[in-house]
Write a new protein. Structure first.
Length: 281
């Protein structure tokens, strides 16, 4: 059996490896295909494609868009839409992601100010110098503070310091699921809902999300995933069947930012079969 990984992040977003290093690692682990799905950027795709040229691996140009889904007037949830086999050079895609990066940048500046005012050893200039050329996320904040000895772990940062309901967090404007899905489709890509169970929605709320997303053009759902437990995969496969969606699978590999996850294997027991590539053609 041959295996693939359709959810991988590089240092262009919140991973720790370059696209070339990811391709090398995927080959070392006997994968025959991988998708580079960095958060809100396609800047690393060309490097990954170059690294895979004339080698025994297929690289799928991808992205993972951060969107905000409205559950009710008083409740919203960040969700992620994966886009596969898209034209990563499409001007509208590149321009939209550039605007998203500017919005994220403004949020990051404010979060640095909040943390610094509370006594944490962080400022925007030092943070960007440490992670030059990347799309900064909360994972970068966490790693920076851990390296400075201000916190014991990245996990601690997300739970105690960088939590969305915490005193230092700053929200930002997101794409809507409709605009994210439509953007992927304009780029010739295939939109897929990432890790649906991580959003901690009720079954009825998930049904509401999928009904809306399907009306916008959602085509797939990520059923095979590193953090699945028990009957999770079977549950998501049933959602796929009920809503007429194809399934994908991936590890959500981030390098040392998620040290318990291996490319192609997740926590050690994930194997995404090559046959799922047929869903992306």
């Amino acid at each position: 059996m041959q295996y693939i990984d359709l959810h991988v992040h590089s240092c262009y977003s919140d991973g720790t490896m370059t696209p070339k290093e990811l391709v090398d690692l995927a080959i070392e682990n006997n994968l025959v295909a991988m998708a580079l799905t960095d958060h809100d950027t396609v800047d690393g795709v060309a490097e990954a494609l170059d690294a895979a040229r004339d080698r025994n691996i297929q690289v799928i140009p991808g992205v993972e868009l951060s969107c905000e889904h409205t559950i009710s007037p008083s409740r919203k949830k960040e969700i992620h839409i994966l886009g596969y086999n898209l034209d990563y050079t499409l001007p509208e895609l590149v321009e939209t992601l550039s605007e998203v990066a500017k919005e994220r940048d403004n949020r990051n500046r404010q979060m640095c100010e909040n943390l610094n005012a509370a006594g944490f050893p962080i400022d925007y200039e030092s943070l960007t110098a440490r992670f030059e050329g990347t799309i900064l996320t909360r994972a970068h904040f966490a790693r920076f503070l851990m390296e400075k000895g201000a916190i014991p772990s990245i996990d601690f940062a997300f739970k105690k310091i960088l939590a969305q309901d915490g005193p230092y967090f700053v929200s930002r404007k997101y794409l809507t699921p409709q605009s994210g899905i439509e953007l992927i489709k304009k780029a010739g890509g295939m939109p897929v809902l990432a890790h649906p169970l991580l959003y901690k929605m009720s079954v009825s709320e998930l049904h509401q999300l999928l009904t809306e997303a399907k009306s916008y053009g959602l085509l797939g759902i990520e059923a095979m995933y590193s953090r699945n437990r028990g009957n999770d995969e079977a549950f998501v496969r049933k959602l796929a069947q009920d809503f007429g969606l194809f399934i994908t699978g991936g590890t959500d590999f981030h390098g040392t930012n998620k040290p318990d996850l291996e490319i192609g294997k997740g926590e050690g027991n994930l194997r995404v079969p090559v046959m799922l590539l047929e869903n992306l053609r």
